[in-house]
Design a protein around this ligand. Structure first.
Ligand code: 2DT
Ligand code: MG
Length: 212
């Protein structure tokens, strides 16, 4: 049976080390000879991505529902690319995905079920790794940046919703693994590799869909 590439999502709060760890993971996969593509959401380069970027920088204001749908549309723009990559045997790593979409919008008060709806039937990851860090530890790392959502109260409620998502999707059959991102960089890298390595040689079976 021909194997497809693995679809790996890395989620976490701001300052949890997502960007560093997604880059390290890509390097480790490539060093193992696995063709790998790293995609970051939001992808701020598309027309929709530019609207999102402007919103995050507070250069524009949008209704909470509208920005939620734009984040989802930004994933749909890349959905067929992700599928093609996986089918051609490339492993895809996403830095944030639909789970961030729910966590941030629901923490602003939008209904949880409403937040899940626009991502229905997007490709589902084979493994979602949640980089867990307390808001206190994040603060100790130099604090948050200037963008919208980069505030301690918001990060705290986003973290709580991530936990709810983790519990729910695990019961629906998506592998959701919390990794302690409070450790040293090398330790986190090693922990992530331990979970990804078994998938690195490819995955059998069709690409699954959200929400399984
Ligand atoms: P970065 O700091 O990773 O660039 O993210 N976000 C992200 C949402 O609110 N919904 C989504 O669907 C996604 C993918 C999280 C920028 C901010 O955008 C938020 C932080
Ligand atoms: Mg950020």
């Amino acid at each position: 049976m021909v194997k497809r590439g693995a679809f790996i999502v890395i989620e976490g709060l701001d300052r949890s080390g997502k960007s560093t760890q997604t880059s390290l993971l890509r390097a480790n996969l490539e060093a193992a000879g696995i063709p790998t593509e790293l995609i970051k959401f939001p992808d701020r380069t598309t027309a929709i991505g530019q609207m999102i970027d402007s919103y995050l920088k507070s250069q524009s204001d949008l209704d909470d529902h509208v920005i939620h749908l734009l984040f989802s549309a930004n994933r749909w723009e890349l959905a067929s690319t992700i599928e093609k990559l996986l089918t051609s045997g490339t492993t895809v790593i996403c830095d944030r995905y639909a789970f961030s979409g729910i966590a941030f919008s629901a923490s602003k008060g939008l209904p949880y079920e409403w937040c899940r709806a626009p991502d229905v039937s997007l490709p589902a990851p084979d493994l979602a790794l949640f980089l867990q860090i307390t808001p206190e530890a994040a603060k100790a790392r130099g604090g948050y940046g200037e963008e919208r959502y980069e505030r301690e109260e918001m990060q705290r409620s986003v973290g709580e919703i991530f936990h709810r998502i983790g519990a729910e999707i695990a019961s629906e059959g998506v592998r959701w693994v919390a990794v302690d991102a409070g450790h040293e960089r090398d330790q986190v890298e090693e922990d992530i590799w331990m979970f990804v390595k078994p998938l690195a040689q490819g995955v059998e079976g069709p690409i699954r869909r959200l929400w399984p």
